[in-house]
Each structure stands twice: as C-alpha cells, then as structure tokens.
Design a protein around this ligand. Structure first.
Ligand code: PXG
Ligand code: PLP
Length: 440
C-alpha cells in the first residue's frame, strides 16, 4: 500500500461485514469527477455515485468553494428560534424544484431523519385537523426507509428489522413488494405487470378501517432492495386510494430525487404527486450531511393554523437542521444541476444506459435485469448454499478491474453520477460482464 494503513480496530463500520473488511480493507483516499482513487493509487470508475448520492460527480469546485466561504462567514447558527439566510435560500431553491404544491421544506441531516420527520408531520397534521385517531402507517415489503425506529418499522427488509422486532412502531402494516421476476423478467423501464398489487391497499384499509390510517409510505422506485421499478399504473392507484380516504401519501425519494430518474423527482417523472416527499443524498451532492422533507401547502398550513400565533407549531427539529455548510453546499449543488442540465442529461443517457445493462442478458448467472433512469440492477442466481457470495465476488472482481459497483444479496446495482459519458457507460458494463465470467 502506498498510503499508510490506519489502525482499523476502533471504527465500527455501518452496514459492513466488519471482520471480513478489516481482514482485507478497501480504502478510498480521493475523488474527482467520475473517479475515486484508492489507497494503492488505482483509479476507480464510480458506478454508484458514492451511495446513490454524488449525482454531480466528485470534487466539484463550486461546492467546495461555497462551503469554504460559508464556514468563514458563519460556521453555525442555532436553527431553533433563530435563523440564517442560506437555510431560507436553500429551502426556496428546493421548493422551486419540487412538484407543484410541495413547497414547504423541513431540513434534516439524513434520509433516515427525513423519513421519521415525514411520519411525524403526517401524525401532527391529522391531529391538527381533528383526526388524531389516524395513527397507522402502511409501508411495503422490501421497502427501505432508513434506520430510525420509524423508518425501520415502515420498512420491509427483514434483516434490518430482525434484532429489533420486539420494539418496532405499533400500528404498521405492509403492502406486497412489486418485484415479480416470473412475470416481468428483463423489463426495460416500468413493468406492464403488477398495477393490481396496489389493490392490496384497499384490502389493508378494509382490515384496519381507513379512518385509522395516517399515511402510506413507499419509494416510488425501490433502490436498496435492488432497483424495483413501479408497474405502470401502480403509483396512480395508490394516489387515488389515499386521496379518497384522506390518507397522506409519502414518497421516499432519498435515492430518486435530483435526477436519478431523469427528472427533479420521481414524482415528476411518473406524474404522481405525493403529500410529503423525503430526500437527502443528492440534495447537496453528499458534500455535507443533509436531508429534507417537502410538504404540501395543505399539510403545512393546517399545522401552522393550530394554536396561538406565539406557539411552536411542530415540536420537532435537529440541532443541525439547515446547517450553514450543508445549506451552502445545497445551493451550490442546485446551481450545478441547473447549469449543467444534469437531470435532462440523465434522461438523454437513459436509453444508452438501458441498452448497455440489458446487453448482459445471457451473461453467466444473470437471472434478471431491471432499469429506469440512471439506475439499474442485475440479479444473479445465488450459488447453492452460499447466498450473496456470487455478487460479492463479482463486486470484488469489478473493483480489481477499476470499477465500483454496489452489491446487496445477489443483486448488483448501478447508479453512476449523472455526469457519466457514453464511453464510461460502456466501460462500466464491459467490466461487469468480464467479472461475471470470472465467478463460479
Ligand atoms: N430512504 C431511502 C429510500 C433510502 O434509499 C434512506 C431512506 C436512509 O437514508 P440515510 O441518509 O439515513 O442513509 C435511504 C438510504 C444501498 C444503500 O446501497 C441505500 C441507502 C443507504 C445506504 C446504502 O442500497 N439508502
Ligand atoms: N441527546 C442529547 C443529550 C441532546 O442534548 C441532544 C440535542 O441537544 C440530542 C440527543 C439530539 O441531537 P440532534 O439535535 O443533533 O439530533
């Protein structure tokens, strides 16, 4: 190793096989544009935009400069009962990007906090309008909504819930996942099969009584579970049922917002507007931790109208809500997205990306390929008795060949920065193809 190896023992790494990692560490030491550099000095093409978050690519001078300038002027200001101009400006800019009507912005520091915030706002809204009996939430199997107790409860990934099962939020039920490889393998974009799965919401509402349900939360495209694209008509049906029964529809757009699907949000791509929309990651290119919730006027104004004018309307917030450095990075990032037309670029490159990933149909072990926008997944047949081993080995082979991909279970996922070019898309998938040929 050229860079000195740090002592690895003190750090308990998140969502990581710590013992396996520490036996053979993989350290990134710098990044610029589409590439990371590892501790050995190798250049690595970023096929994942970090963790679905560096949508404008790495080391963007405009963001670095904005953060520096802000830190020199004002390092921190309390967000409770005080304010600073850039938080307001970041909110104004975000509001302008959101679907029409979702123009009130609450800042958090992560996707997990955004989800817990959205759930709390939904409860507070119903209470403020005299419907405090609405306490249930409906999530979806295979959904990922972060790791807070709220998000974990509405989430639908068994491994994330198992150890905590006895203390999850009460009053939560789940819709079925929409992925069905038998019915819709190798679908390009939205599957034609599966809109009827939204009818399960009607069944759950009949079971619990709709007047007890506060909110329905889904990822418009499930990212963590391996790029599960909504069937044609599915989100529309959820919207219709929530509207009919006075239930808040929450889209968790922590991954899908900021161009991943070729539009500012998945809501805009699919033409379905939720009542609350959670985001994080791409909000400021992941330069500084930040998340946000976009809230409808109706929900915001209902909560604002409750109580006397000197009362705190919502008993919720974080020490770092709208942190000056994060807000500066957000404004600079939104400028970059706009100046470089990165959402439109993602839409333009989608067909190239789609045909490149589907070109791996027929490669060894490939069981399904799915994609939308600049997101795609290749699901592998698990090696008998060793679930996850194939995808892990393929991930390692890609890394060795200079390409970073994401693996989860036996799924490889791809979500490059939106600045990727056609040649780099070609390199990404040819490396993956070679890697698949190299694993048993
Ligand atoms: N909701 C959604 C839809 C997410 O994708 C979160 C909430 C939580 O965000 P924070 O910032 O608290 O991590 C996420 C995060 C992966 C992967 O590779 C995905 C996420 C995080 C880490 C890895 O699938 N999504
Ligand atoms: N725990 C303690 C003891 C605290 O004092 C605070 C905030 O003041 C928190 C947790 C919450 O921290 P944050 O606002 O960063 O979420």
């Amino acid at each position: 190793m050229s860079a000195e190896m740090p002592d690895l023992q003190s750090l308990w790494m998140p969502f990581t096989a710590n013992r396996q990692f520490k036996a053979a560490p993989r350290l990134l030491v710098s990044a610029k544009g589409m590439y990371y550099t590892d501790a050995d000095g190798h250049r690595i093409l970023d096929g994942t935009a970090g963790l679905w978050c560096c949508n404008a690519g790495h080391g963007r001078e405009e963001i670095i400069e904005a953060v520096h300038t802000q830190m020199r002027a004002l390092d921190y200001a309390p967000p409770f009962q005080m304010g600073h101009p850039l938080a307001f400006e970041a909110a104004r800019r975000l509001a302008a990007l959101m679907p029409a009507g979702l123009d009130r912005i609450f800042f958090t520091n992560s996707g997990s906090e955004s989800v817990d915030t959205a759930l709390k706002i939904a409860l507070a809204y119903h209470r403020a309008r005299g419907e405090g009996q609405r306490m249930r939430f409906i999530g979806r199997e295979r959904g990922y909504h972060g790791v807070g107790f709220g998000g974990m409860s509405v989430g639908g990934i068994g491994t994330n819930r198992k150890a905590y099962a006895g203390n999850l939020m009460p009053g939560v039920d789940h819709l079925p996942a929409t992925l069905n490889i038998a019915e819709a393998a190798f679908t390009r974009g939205q599957p034609a099969w599966g809109a009827h799965l939204a009818d399960d919401l009607e069944r759950l509402l009949a079971l619990h009584d709709p007047s007890t349900v506060a909110g329905v939360i889904v990822e418009p495209m499930a990212g963590s579970a391996g790029v599960i694209v909504p069937p044609v008509g599915y989100l529309e049906r959820l919207r219709e049922l929530c509207t009919r029964h006075g239930i808040a529809l929450i889209f968790d757009e922590v991954i899908t917002a900021f161009g991943r699907l070729g539009a500012a949000t998945a809501a805009q791509r699919f033409g379905v507007t939720p009542d609350l929309l959670t985001m994080a990651k791409g909000v400021n290119n992941a330069a500084i931790p930040m998340g946000a919730v976009a809230v409808s006027r109706e929900i915001h104004d209902t909560i604002m109208a409750a109580g006397p004018g000197n009362a705190i309307e919502l008993f919720h917030g974080y020490t770092y809500s709208g942190h000056p450095a994060a807000a500066a990075a957000a404004v600079a990032t939104l400028d970059l997205y706009e100046k470089e037309g990165l959402f439109a670029r993602a839409a333009r490159l989608e067909p190239v990306f789609e045909s490149a990933v589907h070109g791996l149909r027929g490669a060894p072990h490939v069981k399904d390929i799915r994609n939308i926008g600049m997101a795609a997944a290749i699901e592998l047949e698990p090696r008998p008795g060793q679930p996850g081993a194939r995808a892990y080995e393929a991930f390692l082979a890609c890394l060795k060949a200079g390409v970073l991909v994401r693996f989860t279970g036996d799924i490889l996922a791809f979500s490059p920065p939106l600045i990727i070019d056609e040649e780099q898309i070609g390199t990404l998938f040819s490396v993956v193809e070679t890697a698949l040929h190299s694993v048993d």
